[in-house]
Design a protein around this ligand. Structure first.
Ligand code: NAP
Length: 258
């Protein structure tokens, strides 16, 4: 399917690895020029080189997207972005009693206030030109909270509420905002989460992964490529009537009809 977005420009935050990279690759396959970002320069440049093989322009900006300076550098490199994919690393797991105000501020900054700031910066130009696409990577934990990820549950629920209202305010200008909710996917983040379970329960990584797979009807972890394909579709010409939605990619793990 031709996604109809060849030649457009996308910002993909936190896009050197994992789900962000999956989104960047699917957009590159659709002919979209990219500004990708991550903190570590080496893996970011490696990702940029792989993406250039699709024949698109790729600018790599090594910066912490949760900092104002990082956001400014990414926005400056992009100039006018037609597409924005918001992403950042997820907060650490723990118990409700572990977290103080400062922990919440860090999590809210990364997973709520940073995507809001990026949207606030990009939306006016998208609205002026009458076309834009924003996809926020959130989590299945918005629909089905994960007890050990209280910081993530809180920050992503806040972002989801913001998007619910804002998406409907910008839709008349041809701009869509939607959230993708990953269940478990085979990325470094999954390795880190499985590592925590293995340590806590005194089991191997393979056992932790096998136990988690048993809770997923698809009996496997998702891939960054299939996640990216859904992101690219939401950024496509064909998705202009999808507004303010929260789309689960979780292999059926959340047991719910709506
Ligand atoms: P990942 O494989 O660990 O990749 C994270 C990417 O983000 C890397 O490119 C990393 O590069 C970059 N990054 C992290 N913090 C950043 C920052 N402050 N500024 C700029 N770049 C940053 O993670 P993932 O699995 O793709 O997860 C992406 C998001 O989805 C996370 O928020 C995660 O919590 C959420 N999620 C993931 C899953 C899953 O199963 N994978 C499930 C639910 C939700 P650098 O380290 O070099 O900056």
């Amino acid at each position: 399917m031709d996604l109809g977005i060849k030649g457009k420009t996308a910002i993909v935050c936190a896009g050197s690895k994992g789900l962000g990279y999956g989104c960047a690759e699917a957009l590159a396959q659709a002919g979209v020029n990219l500004v990708i970002n991550a903190r570590s320069e080496g893996p970011l440049e490696e990702a940029a080189a792989k993406l250039r093989a699709f024949g698109v322009e790729v600018t790599a900006v090594a910066a912490d997207i949760t900092s104002e300076a990082g956001q400014a550098a990414v926005l400056k490199a992009a100039g006018k972005a037609d597409i924005l994919v918001n992403n950042a690393g997820g907060p650490p797991p723990g118990m409700w009693s572990d977290w103080d105000r400062d922990d919440f501020i860090v999590a809210l900054d990364a997973n709520m206030l940073t995507p809001i700031a990026m949207m606030k910066a990009c939306l006016p130009a998208m609205m002026d030109q009458g076309w834009g696409r924003v996809v926020n990577i959130t989590s299945q934990s918005v629909k089905s909270p994960i007890p050990v990820l209280g910081l993530s549950n809180a920050a992503r629920a806040g972002l989801t509420g913001y998007v619910g209202g804002t998406a409907r305010q910008v839709a008349p200008s041809g701009v869509t905002i939607n959230n993708l909710q990953p269940g478990i996917h085979a990325t470094d983040r999954a390795v880190s989460l499985d590592g925590g379970v293995a340590k806590q329960q005194g089991i191997s990584m393979d056992e932790a992964k096998a136990a988690r797979c048993e809770t997923i009807p698809a009996r496997r972890y998702g891939t960054a490529a299939e996640f990216g394909a859904m992101c690219a579709f939401l950024c496509s010409e064909h998705a202009g009537f999808i507004v303010g939605q929260n789309i689960l990619l979780d292999g059926g793990a959340v047991n719910s009809t709506m």
